[in-house]
Design a protein around this ligand. Structure first.
Ligand code: PGA
Length: 260
């Protein structure tokens, strides 16, 4: 794993935007894996600014999102489809037909999961997958105890995840406890993975991911097995890591040897 520790959340977002921009310049028809949550918003804003300045284009790109609430249609304000349209897609030059989010309104969730897997495969697989991380180490909605080999499927959210996301729902409003999520095995097939984490609240999960054992207890720890995974952290998210000096030394050396 490449561990990049930066001073501020803004720097984390800009680093992420640089990686996406490099990917699209190198391969304009890239297949991008995208995420929701509060962490990616600054990265998305940075990408939107670049597109609007004419520096970057998503015209040929395809995207697949990690997950969606089961039971919410894409028109629902809390659905992840709605989030993506509002926070990213409608500001880009991307064709909405080339953006995929699991269908939360499906009557046949199991078939929808299989179809999502097939669509990723038909697109040639994901070139660059963006991830956030839950305080419990989840990636997508793969909660602790998820099979590390899992595929796209229906998952039950932990009470903690439901609580963490409660802030987005009105009091008394239906809040789903089920989701459709790419599996951990699905995520691991992406050619490159970029996980962003900011803030003290993520520090324990980041430590378990980087320095803990590989364990279903912390789903993100599977990234130890990925040949091209980068974790981009601000100081607060990195604050419980033991070997910070070593990670920073490696990064300094990487910068002296461009292309490594
Ligand atoms: P957050 O969510 O970016 O809102 O913290 C990340 C996640 O739960 O994966």
């Amino acid at each position: 794993m490449q561990i990049v520790i930066l001073d501020t959340p803004e720097q984390v977002a800009n680093y992420g935007a640089d990686r996406f921009a490099d990917q699209l310049k190198h391969k304009p028809d890239s297949v991008l894996g995208l995420a929701t949550g509060s962490t990616p918003i600054a990265l998305y804003n940075a990408l939107i600014a670049r597109v609007q300045r004419g520096e970057l284009s998503f015209a040929k790109a395809r995207t697949f999102n990690l997950d969606e609430y089961l039971g919410l249609a894409g028109t629902h304000l809390q659905s992840y489809r709605y989030f993506m349209n509002e926070h990213l897609f409608r500001h880009l030059d991307i064709d909405l037909a080339n953006t995929a989010v699991p269908d939360g309104a499906t009557e046949e969730p199991l078939a929808a999961c299989d179809a999502y897997e097939a669509a990723i495969k038909a697109a040639g697989g994901i070139d660059l997958q963006l991830l956030g991380i839950g305080r419990n180490g989840h990636i997508g909605f793969n909660e602790p105890s998820s099979s590390l080999a899992s595929r796209t499927r229906v998952k039950t959210l932990t009470p903690d995840t439901v609580k963490a996301n409660q802030r987005f729902f009105e009091a008394g409003e239906f809040q789903p406890h089920l989701s459709i999520t790419m599996g951990i095995g699905t995520i691991m097939e992406a050619r490159q993975i970029l996980l962003l984490a900011t803030g003290e609240g993520k520090a324990a999960a980041v430590r378990a991911t980087v320095e803990g054992p590989l364990a279903a207890r912390c789903p993100a720890s599977i990234l130890q097995m990925h040949p091209k995974a980068t974790l981009v952290l601000d100081r607060a998210a990195a604050s419980q890591l033991e070997d910070v000096a070593f990670y920073q030394y490696i990064e300094q050396e990487n910068q002296r040897l461009p292309g490594v």
